[in-house]
Design a protein around this ligand. Structure first.
Ligand code: MLT
Length: 308
């Protein structure tokens, strides 16, 4: 059996595949075309960011599974996989804590203006009289998308003294009650909360969910986005922060990655950006690599592949 790994993953995941006796080919510079060129005799494909399109499945008569070392599978054409009888699997848990911690970290960073204060200080300016930080405790945070990441984020905000409300059309009232989170319609949430924290997955329903009109409707101070680019209208958010209507934003994910040099966020002082680091802790990288590799092993051994 041959497994192709198209993005860097932790050695622990590669070891899992080699221990199972597979031929493991790593090609970390490959793009979709390159995958198509070498997919014919591949049985398992392990990816992170590489786009796996319908053309890949068409060229892959022996492929049994595409496994992603991460949560989102938006880079994999799932209907095409289904048409070709290929399993799509992910690693749904291993990086959730890392992403939740970055979300909370960005919220404090943005509200406290640490990067701006640091920059001014190293440039020789003592800006003490000019900077007034905001306290998160006592604010209301509105979480968009109360899945696994949204729940981890909500629990942390709750324990930090914020009131937590959420928009998630797929979550039942019972589960929200158990979590002590009030579910609101999106418009009401936007008009009510101080901090908007976007944790939804990117799907056809969530693409563009926080558009120009929603940014306009948002009456709070801060926006944090750490799940997937494409959900928030980036020019509209940049404009709202630049004008001072929204005090600040913390963003880890972009509609195109890496974002272009002239991306609208890049010139706005109060938008703090990071390069999709949500899952980039050592623990999380080991966790997701091992889970994704185990999914491949299970599929190629004819055992159950579970995404839950
Ligand atoms: C994920 O989907 O789990 C994260 O965005 C991780 C990543 O792609 O680096």
């Amino acid at each position: 059996m041959k497994v192709l790994v198209t993005d860097p993953i932790s050695d622990a995941g590669l070891a899992r595949l080699r221990d199972a006796g597979y031929e493991v080919v790593t090609d970390y510079d490959v793009d979709t075309e390159g995958v198509i060129e070498q997919i014919e005799d591949v049985n398992g494909l392990l990816v992170r960011g590489t786009e796996i399109t319908r053309e890949v499945f068409e060229a892959a008569p022996n492929l049994q599974i595409v496994s992603r070392a991460g949560i989102g599978v938006d880079n994999i054409d799932i209907p095409a996989a289904t048409d070709h009888g290929v399993i799509v699997a992910n690693a749904p848990r291993g990086n959730v804590r890392a992403a939740a911690e970055l979300t909370i970290g960005l919220a404090f960073t943005v509200a406290s203006q640490v990067p701006q204060a640091h920059q001014r200080l190293i440039e020789g300016e003592w800006a003490k009289d000019d900077i007034t930080r905001s306290e998160l405790g006592g604010m209301t945070v509105g979480i968009v998308g109360l899945g696994r990441l949204g729940q981890e984020v909500g629990w942390r905000f709750d324990n930090l003294g914020l009131d937590v409300v959420a928009y998630d059309p797929y979550l039942g009232e019972d589960r929200a009650d158990q979590m002590d989170v009030e579910l609101l319609e999106l418009d009401e949430l936007l008009e009510t909360v101080d901090l908007l924290s976007v944790q939804a997955r990117l799907t056809e329903e969530t693409r563009g969910l926080i558009g120009e009109a929603e940014i306009e409707r948002f009456e709070g101070d801060f926006v944090i986005h750490t799940s997937r680019g494409g959900i928030i209208d980036e020019p509209a958010l940049a404009e709202a922060v630049e004008s001072g209507r929204i005090k600040g934003a913390g963003v880890d994910v972009y509609s195109e990655e890496p974002p272009a040099d002239d991306h609208p966020f890049m010139d706005v002082e109060n938008i703090i950006t990071t390069p999709h680091l949500g899952a980039k802790t050592r623990n999380a990288q080991v966790n997701v690599a091992v889970t994704a590799a185990d999914q491949v092993v299970n599929a190629l051994n004819g055992e159950l592949v579970k995404n839950a």
